[in-house]
Design a protein around this ligand. Sequence first.
Ligand code: FES
Ligand code: FES
Length: 162
Amino acid sequence: MNAPLQLHINGQRKRLSVAPSSLLLTVLREQCQLTGTHQGCDTAQCGACTVLVDGAAVKSCNRLAVQCSGQHITTIEGVAPNASDLHVMQQCFSKHHALQCGFCTPGLIMRALAMVHEDVPAQEQAVRHALSGNLCRCTGYEGIVLAVCEGLRLLRASPSLA
Ligand code: FES
Ligand code: FES
């Protein structure tokens, strides 16, 4: 039987009705139509489904929606400052050609945004390690690592943009 659930998604309060077994990923994609959060492996390995839950990167295929009651969820649809501008981290991905098919990109961006507030130096090896839970089949990671390093530097220098 479904139960009521309240989430704050991309700054808006959402009242939902979900089954106790529903994954956060499923609720975001199927009830909220936030399909930028991608479904890849479904086994908590690829990171394509990564979102922010109260600012921390979470693989939404590995979290029950009811576990997030009252929490603040940010998806890729909620990061840009407005309809015509990209977020700084998105700009860095574009600048460094850090995507090809783009399937992994929302999850990588969300993981990178969580890193802004973590103790992760904006250096290649540290960033590669921090991104080890997010897989990309296309790019070889070179551009991704460059983009995240630059994004971390810019966002830490201007916290209001994070
Ligand atoms: S779909 Fe969640 S980690 Fe792959
Ligand atoms: S850009 Fe294709 S999977 Fe990463």
